[in-house]
Design a protein around this ligand. Structure first.
Ligand code: OAD
Length: 254
């Protein structure tokens, strides 16, 4: 856990920084009640990704895959952003250039008010036509028809998310690497930092000279390389950092 002195140093660094990047993972939504993937009760401890989150699984059994996503949409629909999401939304207003890069598909950053978001793995509230590639927003839960069909051409719709074995959007990925290489501080919040290419972004940032701040109750493979470590929950640590930031800016005005 960062000491008081380290926290004060971080606040100084933040006060001088213009470009801040934040990389989030499932852990930031854990306190909202959305299960992570690799924790004790994580989704990948109960379900097999190869049966539910690959193009092959979808081709073989679209109904099963859709039932799983419909179930997850039902859980997410009832959840609200937590204080961690809210602090990041506030920071978008106070830092000249804050970019939020998320691996999450739950849409809670948007619900908290963040606008400048790069969704690396897609969004569970968007559906994509398997034939035409058109993307539509859909908040119906439970879905009336499983699998849902395209209103334009009648083909099956799929969740607009990235599955195992699929590539991320090259436009989004290039932008994420660019923002990482240009930021002065990168926060890495609630990710096990094992899934590529997202796991490379903090290294990109660090090699370009950025300070890396990790917020996670548990160590990750990234932990040995970071500058500031906060061992705790995002919904508690981010508000604490935010409080110190506010205190500092009030003190400077006086
Ligand atoms: P993981 O489930 O792999 O990791 C969640 C991380 O959050 C762990 O390191 C936890 O220690 C941490 N954590 C748990 N509670 C937390 C809290 N309250 N505050 C902060 N951290 C907390 O999730 P991701 O790293 O997001 O991909 O997983 C990456 C990708 O793997 C996902 O986007 C998904 C999955 O397969 C796709 O579906 C393509």
């Amino acid at each position: 856990m960062a000491t008081k002195l380290e926290t004060e140093t971080l606040i100084e660094v933040l006060r001088d920084a213009d470009r801040i990047a934040v990389l989030t993972g499932a852990g930031i939504s854990a306190e909202s009640g959305i299960p992570t993937f690799r924790d004790k009760n994580g989704l990948w401890k109960k379900f097999r990704p190869e049966e539910l989150a690959t193009p092959t699984a979808f081709n073989q059994n679209p109904r099963l895959v859709w039932e799983w996503y419909d179930w997850r949409r039902g859980i997410i629909a009832q959840k609200e952003p937590n204080p961690g999401h809210k602090v990041l939304a506030r920071w978008e207003k106070i830092f000249p250039a804050l970019s939020l890069i998320t691996q999450n598909i739950d849409g809670l950053h948007q619900k908290a008010g963040s606008r400048n978001i790069l969704e690396l793995h897609g969004n569970i509230w968007k559906l994509r036509c398997t034939k035409e590639g058109t993307i539509t927003e859909n908040y119906e839960t439970p879905l009336k028809d499983i699998p849902p069909l395209c209103s334009g051409c009648g083909a099956i719709l799929r969740p607009h998310v990235v599955w195992f074995g699929e590539s991320l959007s090259s436009t989004i990925l290039q932008k994420a690497f660019l923002l990482s290489s240009q930021c002065e501080v990168m926060f890495v919040v609630g990710t096990s930092a094992v899934v590529q290419p997202a796991a490379s972004l903090p290294f990109e940032a660090s090699e370009a000279g950025a300070k890396i701040v990790e917020i996670n109750p548990d160590p990750t493979p990234l932990s040995p390389y970071i500058d500031f470590s906060f061992r705790g929950k995002a919904g508690e640590i981010l508000p604490l950092i935010d409080k110190d930031l506010k205190r500092k800016s009030t003190a400077q005005k006086e």
